[in-house]
Design a protein around this ligand. Structure first.
Ligand code: PLP
Length: 373
């Protein structure tokens, strides 16, 4: 059965050039980067070239990039180190962050009794920046953790505004840029962000590898102990082929950014206008959303709600649940719960997320399948 993959915010297919690069590294560069012989040095060179390539895309120094196994690991490390080693006593975040951030903060709150403040969310899914300023008026050693693009709604937060407010108030800013790295230009010379995190599988790279950006001058402590890899901040033999694949994927993502953004935005608009034609009461969840994510609430009855994902899946169509209080059996999305009214929360929301591998024909098939439910 032909598959239609419209779940690119969950993960993305790997580009062929990235696979080729990884296969080459696995076949030819099997050395341990910590070994001092030529085979080890050659593997080390692959890792360091990847670091430089990634830094170049973000306009930062290679020494500011630290490889990890995922964005989840990078976020856990940064937030934990900030609390344990920088004596951060309060974290300001939002209730619509990814669980990688939310649950890390909850664990730190329990373990270290830090204060956690949640910035208000507007009904359009955006952040109330004036509330952030208000919260920062209290003087206590603080870290702000707010995401760039929301993974469920695609709502874009203004990192520059947040970074400037944090900078002005001399507090640290950790930004989850998992959904935007490789899909939007991020210039770290223009933006006083202290930490950001990324994950290769969101930009057509391999799974199980990511990185953190840690601004020069900030010295973190490890949460994994062992070898001296990654300046001693993240012990463990580097996954050379995955790191090389991630760098290749990021390079290609930025090389094709303009054309792919245009193409994907056109797909998203096509999808929404056709959904609107088929279901006039369909609504978009959130305003000012990123070009590859469309989260909609569908005017379907409760009986149909339970059937949607199952029916689409039977036809090989992959989308994601936005929310569903299907007969109370599934918890509504923690993001939509902060934004929608009770009525809309009961209706099915779907997250449709696109990549340059999708086509208008696939969208036609998706909408035809929805109409048949
Ligand atoms: N943050 C956001 C916004 C995400 O969408 C994801 C992945 O779903 C993560 C963090 C976690 O990334 P990883 O899969 O690298 O752990």
């Amino acid at each position: 059965m032909k598959k239609i993959y419209l779940d690119n915010a969950a993960t993305t297919p790997i580009r062929q050039e990235v696979i080729d690069e990884m296969v080459h590294v696995m076949q030819s560069e099997y050395g341990n980067p910590s070994s001092t012989h030529s085979i080890g040095r050659s593997a080390k060179a692959i890792v360091e070239t990847a670091r430089k390539l990634i830094a170049k895309q973000l306009n930062c120094n290679a020494q500011e990039i630290i490889f990890t196994s995922s964005a989840t690991e990078a976020t856990n490390w940064i937030l934990r180190s900030a609390v344990c080693h920088f004596e951060v006593k309060r974290i300001i975040t939002s209730k619509i962050e990814h669980h990688a951030t939310l649950y890390t903060i909850l664990a730190l709150e329990k373990e270290f009794n830090i204060k956690v403040d949640y910035i208000n969310i507007l009904p359009n899914g955006g952040l109330d920046y004036s509330h952030l300023e208000e919260l920062l008026a209290t003087e206590v050693k603080t870290l702000v953790s707010l995401m760039h693009v929301n993974n469920e709604t695609g709502v874009i937060n203004d990192c520059k505004i947040i970074a400037d407010v944090c900078h002005k108030n001399k507090v640290l800013f950790h930004c989850d840029t998992v959904q935007s790295i490789g899909k939007a230009t991020i210039d770290l010379q223009q933006n006083p962000i202290d930490f950001l995190v990324a994950s290769a599988h969101k930009f057509h790279g391999p799974k199980g590898v990511g990185f953190a950006y840690v601004k020069k001058g900030i010295v973190l402590q490890p949460i994994l102990f062992g070898g001296e890899q990654e300046k001693g901040w993240r012990a463990g033999t580097e996954s050379v082929h995955q790191i090389a694949g991630m760098a290749k994927a990021l390079e290609l993502a930025y090389q094709h950014l303009n054309e792919e953004e245009k193409y994907i935005l056109d797909l998203k608009e096509y999808c929404f206008s056709n959904l609107k034609a088929a279901f006039p009461d369909v609504k978009i969840n959130g305003e000012n959303t990123f070009y590859n994510i469309l989260n909609v609430v569908l005017p379907f009855s409760e009986e149909k709600t339970a059937m949607i994902l199952f029916n689409l899946d039977m036809k090989g169509i992959a989308v994601s649940r936005g929310s569903a209080c299907q007969s109370g059996s599934i918890k509504p999305s923690h993001v939509l719960a902060e934004m929608l009214n009770e009525d809309d929360l009961k209706k099915p929301s779907l997250r449709i997320s696109f990549s340059h591998y999708n086509s208008k024909e696939e969208i036609d098939e998706f909408i035809t399948a929805l109409k048949m439910i």
